[in-house]
Write a protein that binds this ligand. Structure first.
Ligand SMILES: NC(=O)c1ccc[n+]([C@@H]2O[C@H](COP(=O)([O-])OP(=O)(O)OC[C@H]3O[C@@H](n4cnc5c(N)ncnc54)[C@H](O)[C@@H]3O)[C@@H](O)[C@H]2O)c1
Length: 261
């Protein structure tokens, strides 16, 4: 039996990258996964591939900056399966690579809307269903960037730090209702988000990332997905309020390498 057999899991930003890997891993563990994204064609393709493999998956268009979309996403999962066991607030964007003095208000507000307000909204709409069943696991995607500094990423780090603080607060507030709330802080992971950054910021960036990780490489989405499956599963029944670092040692031994950047 799969580790998530019979559970319903909603994952935002699941059309590609880490969210895609989490959706696949959770479906293979027996969950009915709700793949939510704004990239409809990619999201539909993810669901088609999972169904082709005999797994339970549904695509829902959801822009996490829209309260109505998130409310409808949670409602769709409840209507189809009658339960909500797992919410992974994963969707985010990377606006950065510039000093905070060069960031516009518009960029700031966009980043906060996608990376932080979305977490508030996801939790707000999911919690009542979890509390009603006295069971649930919320997983918020944070980042190593919320732990250590790197030139050019003040706003992104601020949002991720806030995600971790909110995770702790909600773990305390909703533990008594049977709901666990944890975050994951990945190091640099091989995803389209980072492909875009390397394309924009130059080839030396990848070399710098590899050097920063004591384990000597960047991570794979499947390695983050494994952590998410654990936190979603009953095996993590006594684990709440933590930030699980899946970062190849990045935050254990911060290495600042300005000569490569
Ligand atoms: N890749 C990394 O190195 C890394 C490191 C630390 C943390 N993270 C975090 O992991 C999560 C996933 O990152 P990734 O690298 O897989 O990103 P990605 O860009 O590869 O994928 C993100 C997905 O989110 C979707 N998305 C973007 N805006 C959205 C919106 N408004 N509504 C709904 N969906 C939206 C995109 O369409 C895409 O499918 C993010 O929270 C990111 O901050 C990533």
């Amino acid at each position: 039996m799969g580790r998530l057999q019979g559970k319903t899991a909603v994952i935002t930003g699941a059309a590609e990258g880490i969210g895609h890997a989490i959706a696949g891993a959770m479906a293979r563990e027996g969950a009915h996964v709700f793949v939510a994204d704004i990239a409809d064609a990619k999201g539909e393709a993810v669901v088609a591939a999972l169904r082709q493999a005999g797994l339970a998956a549904t695509y829902v268009h959801c822009d996490v900056t829209s309260d109505a979309d998130i409310s409808a996403l949670i409602a769709a999962a409840m209507a189809a399966t009658g339960r909500l066991d797992v919410l992974v607030n994963n969707a985010a964007i990377a606006i950065g690579g510039m000093p905070v003095t060069e960031m516009t208000d518009e960029q700031w507000h966009r980043l906060i809307a996608v990376n932080l307000t979305s977490v508030f909204r996801g939790c707000k709409h999911a919690l009542p269903h979890m509390i009603a069943r006295r069971a649930g696991s919320i997983i918020n995607m944070a980042s190593a960037q919320g732990h250590v500094g790197l030139d050019g990423w003040t706003a992104y780090a601020g949002a991720k730090g806030a995600v971790m603080a909110m995770t702790r607060q909600m773990a305390v507030e909703f533990g008594r209702h049977g709901v666990r709330v944890n975050s994951i802080s990945p190091g640099t992971i091989n995803t389209p988000m980072n492909d875009k950054l390397v394309a924009e910021l130059g080839g030396k960036l990848m070399q710098a990332w590899v050097t920063m990780h004591p384990i000597g490489r960047i991570g794979e989405p499947a390695e983050v997905a494994e952590a998410a499956v654990y936190l979603a599963s009953d095996a993590a029944g006594f684990t709440t309020g933590i930030d699980l670092r899946v970062d190849g040692g990045l935050t254990a031994a911060p290495r600042y390498v300005p000569d490569l950047l």
